[in-house]
Design a protein around this ligand. Structure first.
Ligand code: ANZ
Ligand code: ZN
Length: 726
């Protein structure tokens, strides 16, 4: 009897299928574990990163099933998005056909990997039923004022005729066609994530010790809460006149009110209304106006890469406390989208302001004691600060805010780096945003009974323009409110919207899917996800959006859950020859070929053995061979198992070798709970099993063999020895 993984695995996979072995029970009173690996985009084939992700989740799911938990371990498809449209452009395939045929192929791949996923809960986010419930949430968010439509500045590529995300702008050009990107005012839909900023920040403390600290820090910084003072600079009379009486004052935000007496200039963003006015009314030197326009055309990301650059605007403001005149500049480091889009500059105590002041010979005034050199950014007592001199600067922050408030000159303010989430995409392959534009009624949500607003199948996808916009009839509709001719919104939702609530969809019993997107009892039972597993690249976007959506849906009454993912494991990348496996580098290993040659057990065992899951995994062919040999040996020795229960063993009658084998087997067993429940260091557990097997081989007591094999099987969770399943 030789080890034939093909035969063994096919047999067990069929049996699991027949028994529906991995479906959770409908009972909501049993103890439960919800184990979730991030769902894949149906790109066409699985890659090793997927295999790693699912091997980890699978091991945990199997472990908890054996501990008598009701286990939810689902899989589905993150199926909307650009690549489907690119396939249409390149290969003339319809995005829907491309997506669903990729799903069919990849589902088979998952099957041959023998992963213990629930079959009944699988879905694709492009399924109309999923869209229907999502559109309902979106309308409810609109009704709560959480979703709004607004015109703002976006990155626009004229040749591709679409909006680009900041990440899709490279050196000021479109990543796809290399055309220079313009900033353009365009209407779009936004979700008010800032309304939840404080809760998103505070609840991070619940995740401390359960999520990687790096991810928590990244989210904290991304939300970027700062407290400080907002106040107005009043323009001098002369400057007001120069600005045609259109402006009296403008707002600045500072986190360092304690340095207010050290202000020597103020700077406006290049797209600040005052800067714009000066440029548009030819009140600046033409060369300067051109330079300012050039900066205004760069994205914020691009600007951050440039040297500090700025120009005097020929206007002045009055210092709110000293009455001094302060010159106003425009500078490339002032962001239009933050605070009031303007700053008070204190070169003595701020690096950026110092660099700028030195470059342009602006005065520098120290107002905090301490440090030898300027800029000095540490703490200390105030000097040259009128009534606040001698006060410690931390105290002075509060005192100055209070004073400004009493005098009616400013107020303590909280600002966030976090921007509201722009969810509009001018794309075909996404969930339509379910609104109608009516001349009479304005922006009107579609009626619930008309959902989903489904995509038309007959579209032409050329890569130019929005196919929904260009479709001859789709956008013409009746106003849901007054019934007159109206126009359907042609923007579709960002695909991150779909991945923000899929964890609730899986939790909802499929029998209820037709009716509800989220069933409350099911959601409250299954959520939060006990263990979430995925790549670190999702540290901010997906993981923040999903936390936000969870809170919003809770407030809409769909469930009582505060945090979607109780514990998070970020798996390391799979490398080969030191580089991340990728098609473009040509260093990929094809999972199908691996399974074909060695079997799924070897593939998964190797992945778990080669490195701790959180660390990078370097591909190693001989280690794959090693994993195969170990499983083969385990299989060969399974013939030594003589009974169906653990034998009683008389310790005294054993040889030294047999005793040692028992020690090794029990050591492995002892490790296993810690590994499955806490450290996930599967590599050490597998190593312990290998040692136990070696020690067993050095003795010949039949009972010790039986016991040892049972213990190894428990440690390896049966996922690697399907033949002992029964
Ligand atoms: C004066 C000052 C003195 C500042 C000093 C810092 C140190 P965070 O922590 O990021 O909130 N700032 C305000 N609005 C800005 C904008 N639109 N674009 C660029 N910079 C802006 O930083 C707030 C600080 O960043 C503010 O405090 C302001 O500079 C600057 F010794 O005011 B500070
Ligand atoms: Zn109407």
């Amino acid at each position: 009897m030789s080890y034939n993984p093909k035969e063994i695995e096919a047999k067990w996979q069929q049996q699991w299928e027949a028994e529906q072995a991995f479906e959770p029970s409908d009972s909501l009173s049993q103890k439960k574990k919800y184990i979730l690996s991030m769902f894949p985009f149906p790109s066409g084939r699985l890659h090793m990163g997927h295999v790693r992700n699912y091997a980890i989740g699978d091991a945990l799911a199997r472990y908890y099933r054996k501990q008598d938990y009701n286990v939810l371990h689902p899989i589905g498809w993150d199926a909307f998005g650009m690549p489907a449209e690119n396939a249409a452009i390149k290969h003339g395939r319809h995005p829907k056909e491309w997506t669903y045929s990729n799903i069919d192929y990849m589902r088979k791949e998952l099957g041959t990997l023998g992963l213990s996923f629930s079959k009944t809960r699988e879905f694709a986010t492009c399924d109309p039923l999923y869209t229907k419930h999502e559109q309902k949430f979106i309308i409810e968010m609109f009704q709560k004022g959480l979703l709004y439509r607004e015109s703002t500045t976006v990155n626009w590529c004229e040749s591709c005729h679409t909006v680009l995300a900041n990440e899709q702008v490279e050196e000021g050009c479109c990543w796809r066609c290399d055309n220079p990107v313009e900033l353009k005012e365009m209407p779009g839909y936004y979700l008010d994530i800032i309304r939840y900023a404080d809760e998103l920040l505070e609840d991070l403390s619940q995740l401390e010790g359960k999520w990687p600290s790096q991810v928590i820090t990244m989210q904290r910084n991304w939300i970027g809460k700062s407290q400080g003072l907002a106040f107005d600079f009043e323009l001098t009379e002369e400057s007001k006149a120069k600005l045609g009486g259109k402006f009296d004052r403008y707002e600045v935000f500072t986190t360092r009110p304690d340095t207010i007496y050290g202000v020597t200039y103020s700077a406006l963003a290049p797209e600040h209304p005052i800067t714009k006015y000066l440029v548009e009314h030819n009140l600046l030197e033409p060369e300067v106006a051109e330079k300012i326009k050039a900066i205004a055309n760069m994205s914020e990301v691009e600007r951050a890469k440039q040297d500090k650059e700025g120009y005097p605007l020929g206007i002045n403001v009055i210092h709110p406390l000293t009455g001094e005149q302060i010159p106003v500049w425009t500078a490339n480091f002032v962001l239009a989208s933050y605070g009031g889009g303007a700053v008070m500059a204190v070169p003595a105590h701020d690096e950026r302001d110092y660099e700028f002041a030195t470059k342009y010979n602006l005065p520098i005034k120290r107002v905090i004691e301490g440090g030898e050199e300027l800029p000095y950014t540490g703490s200390g007592r105030l000097i040259e600060s009128d009534r606040f001199s001698c006060v410690e600067n931390e105290e002075a922050k509060i005192a100055i805010i209070n004073y400004m408030e009493e005098e009616g000159k400013g107020q303590g303010t909280t600002n966030y780096k976090l921007r509201n989430w722009g969810v509009s995409r001018q794309r075909y392959w996404g969930a339509p945003i379910p609104f109608v534009h009516c001349d009479e009624c304005g922006l009107v949500p579609e009626k619930f009974e008309n959902l989903p607003v489904a995509l038309p199948d007959d579209v032409e996808i050329t890569g130019e323009g929005n196919p929904l916009e260009n479709h001859p009839t789709w956008k013409h509709c009746k106003c849901p409110k007054c019934g007159k001719e109206a126009l359907r919104e042609t923007d579709t939702l960002d695909t991150f919207v779909q991945s923000s609530w899929y964890q609730f969809r899986y939790a909802t019993n499929p029998k209820k899917w037709e009716e509800v997107g989220i069933d409350k009892a099911d959601a409250d039972y299954w959520l939060g996800v006990d263990q979430y597993i995925g790549g670190i690249e999702h540290a901010i976007l997906h993981l923040l959006y999903a936390r936000f959506f969870t809170k919003v849906l809770r407030d809409l009454g769909y469930h009582d859950i505060d945090e979607p993912f109780q514990r998070l494991l970020t798996q390391g990348m799979v490398l080969k020859d030191g580089a991340k496996m990728s098609k473009s580098k040509g260093n990929t290993v094809d999972p199908d070929a691996l399974v074909d040659k060695y079997g799924a057990d070897t593939a998964r065992l190797f992945i778990l053995f080669a490195a701790p899951p959180q660390k990078e995994l370097e591909w190693n062919d001989s280690a794959v061979d090693g994993a195969f040999r170990f499983i083969k040996k385990l299989y060969d020795r399974s013939g030594k198992v003589t009974g169906k229960t653990l034998p009683e063993i008389d310790q005294n009658s054993l040889s030294k070798e047999s005793k040692l084998a028992r020690v090794k087997a029990y050591e492995a067993l002892q490790k296993s709970a810690d590994v499955y429940e806490y450290t996930f260091a599967f590599n050490t557990l597998i190593a312990a099993c290998m040692e136990a097997l070696n020690a067993l081989d050095k003795q010949d007591n039949a009972d010790v063999w039986t016991e040892g094999m049972y213990l190894c099987s428990t440690c390896l969770n049966r996922s690697f020895r399907m033949w002992l399943q029964s």
